[in-house]
Design a protein around this ligand. Structure first.
Ligand SMILES: [Zn+2]
Length: 238
């Protein structure tokens, strides 16, 4: 018999309309599910099926390179009602790049994810996550000043460790219980993540959590303007 920690009656929670990172404020028992590094054939579809079965929506921070390689899958994620943001083009550690190269990598990732969604009828959302959670003050400030919403991580499932699916689920639930709410980081590229998700969502429901859907407040604005302006300034021209 699991401990019921929160009183939400349904696992599907509210939709949170977000214009900036500061808008992401969760109430006790609220969880945001995020999946990075996809889309990946053989993994992402199974995760979508599980999310459907539990009636919840997640946010997918896609790599530009992965979205470009799997545009139909990227479109499927958006068309099934999930939020799609970006995570650079090729998953480089932005902290190791100079400012111009880092902004170009972010812009290239966004452009590729956006291009993959073209024709799907669904817009990309302005959510962005730093690869390896590696950020510089300059990059964070620049992105926060623009339309891009930096999506932080409260609970890292560490699903990239070679643990069992059960160990990942237990670890993540333990950290979530200790915190009471939060943004959970998963990756839709690992089989153990596919395997752990049904039990994880069943436990969330049993413990009375609700899964919040992230939505852009202005419907899919693009951060290109601020990044382009910054790049022009760095290049010394306009
Ligand atoms: Zn990543």
């Amino acid at each position: 018999m699991p401990n019921r920690l929160f009183g939400h009656s349904s696992l599907a929670g509210r939709t949170l309309a977000v214009a900036s990172t500061a808008d992401i404020v969760l109430r006790p028992g609220e969880v945001i599910l995020t999946f990075d590094d996809g889309p990946r054939a053989g993994k992402t579809p199974a995760i979508l099926d599980t999310l459907d079965r539990y009636g919840v929506k997640a946010t997918f921070l896609m790599l530009g390179s992965a979205a470009r390689a799997n545009p139909a899958l990227a479109q499927q994620v958006a068309q099934r009602g999930h939020t799609v943001g970006s995570h650079t083009y090729s998953h480089v550690d932005l902290g190791t790049l100079d400012r111009q190269a880092a902004l170009e990598e972010i812009a290239k990732g966004e452009a590729a994810v956006s291009a993959a969604l073209a024709g799907s009828g669904e817009a990309m959302s302005p959510f962005f996550r730093f690869p390896y959670l590696s950020q510089t003050g300059y990059l964070r400030t620049t992105l926060l000043q623009g339309d891009l919403v930096v999506l932080d991580v409260d609970i890292d499932s560490k699903d990239y460790y070679s643990d069992s699916a059960q160990a990942v689920a237990e670890r993540t639930l333990e950290r979530l219980d200790a915190r009471g709410s939060g943004i959970v980081l998963f990756h839709d590229i690992h089989q153990r993540t596919v395997d752990m998700l049904p039990d994880f969502l069943a436990e969330l429901s049993a413990r009375g959590y609700s899964v919040v859907t992230l939505a852009p407040k202005n419907g899919g604005v693009f951060a290109r303007s601020i990044i382009t302006a910054e790049l022009d300034a760095l290049r010394g021209g306009y």
